[in-house]
Write a protein that binds this ligand. Structure first.
Ligand SMILES: [Zn+2]
Length: 304
């Protein structure tokens, strides 16, 4: 009897120590677009967590205990990178002490490292409040970038969770096929937007403008991360009176006071863009994000 009990205890201990064969890979995403992409590729083999919502500014996040706890449990981290999360991600990584997901490891993917980075300065300079010293980190609004990140994510997940490698590759094949079809549709729908002059609050739409050929004529922020000043807005008003724009774009988390002020003075519509998954009611996933982005732009510019 005693032997039998001992066997039971030892077996129980072994089960407690060994990871469950069906345990899901826990993915910590810094922003909602990457959590959404991880769901597309990871399907039911992963559990995703987004550190921020579409209503939160991803440059400025408090490294609160719940985020540290999520980081500690994670098997994989995916973030925009290029300095977007410089104020909080390193703190989370250090506080969590999770060796699997430290920078440089395969389980730590910086999306901006696999795309062509725009606005990359000749040298890194954080002076005068510029929060894009390494280039523009808001890479998610060009769907071709999403495709590149999806490919890299699949390759890495297949290594981190090798047992499910075939599953991730098949999920990717399905996603990729649907995504490429959607890109063709979006590009055809947005043809009429080419050359449309727009003002942006923050440099959040650089990749969208680049993709669709929109012309960014001004930013409400005098420098990335520096809030609009009265002097800067007065100057913009003069410029826009001579060279009018068709829309003033802001992200789902930008404050609306500056764009509303300029809109009242110029008659140019101020538009809240979805910016990421969850940014409005239609942007429930990545497909909805781009459907809604193009529909919003066409609505704003009178090209419905
Ligand atoms: Zn930014």
């Amino acid at each position: 009897m005693r032997i039998f009990s001992s066997i039971l205890i030892i077996t129980g201990l072994l089960f407690a120590i060994a990871p469950a064969a069906n345990a899901k890979t826990k993915i910590f995403a810094c922003e909602p677009e990457w959590a959404s992409l991880a769901k597309e590729i990871g399907g039911d083999k992963v559990e995703t967590f987004s550190a921020t919502t579409a209503m939160e500014d991803p440059h400025h996040v408090r490294a609160k205990p719940s985020l540290i706890a999520a980081m500690r449990k994670s098997d994989f981290v995916i973030c925009s990178g290029s300095g977007l999360e410089i104020g909080w991600l390193p703190v989370l990584l250090q506080s969590a002490g999770n060796s699997k997901v430290q920078p440089g490891n395969i389980a730590n993917l910086q999306a901006s490292s696999v795309v062509h980075l725009l606005e990359k300065p000749a040298s890194v300079d954080r002076s005068q409040g510029d929060i894009h010293p390494e280039g523009n980190p808001h890479v998610q609004l060009n769907p071709h970038n999403i495709a590149l990140v999806a490919k890299e994510l699949t390759a890495r997940l297949s290594q981190v969770d090798a047992v499910n490698s075939a599953y991730y590759k098949s999920q990717y094949a399905v996603f990729s096929e649907k995504w490429q079809q959607a890109i063709k549709r979006w590009e055809s729908e947005a043809l009429s937007l080419k050359g449309t002059p727009v003002v942006v609050h923050h440099m959040s739409f650089t990749y969208l403008n680049d993709w669709l050929g929109l012309t960014q004529v001004a930013t409400l922020e005098p420098k990335p991360g520096v809030p609009p000043t009265t002097g800067h807005l007065e100057e913009l008003l003069k410029t826009l009176n001579v060279h009018p724009a068709k829309a003033i774009l802001r992200s789902s988390y930008d404050p609306d006071d500056a764009s509303n002020w300029l809109s009242e003075k110029t008659g140019t519509p101020a538009i809240k863009m979805p910016y990421t998954v969850g940014g409005n009611e239609s942007a429930t996933d990545l497909f909805g994000l781009f459907d809604s982005t193009i529909a919003t732009l066409k609505g704003a510019t009178g090209d419905k």
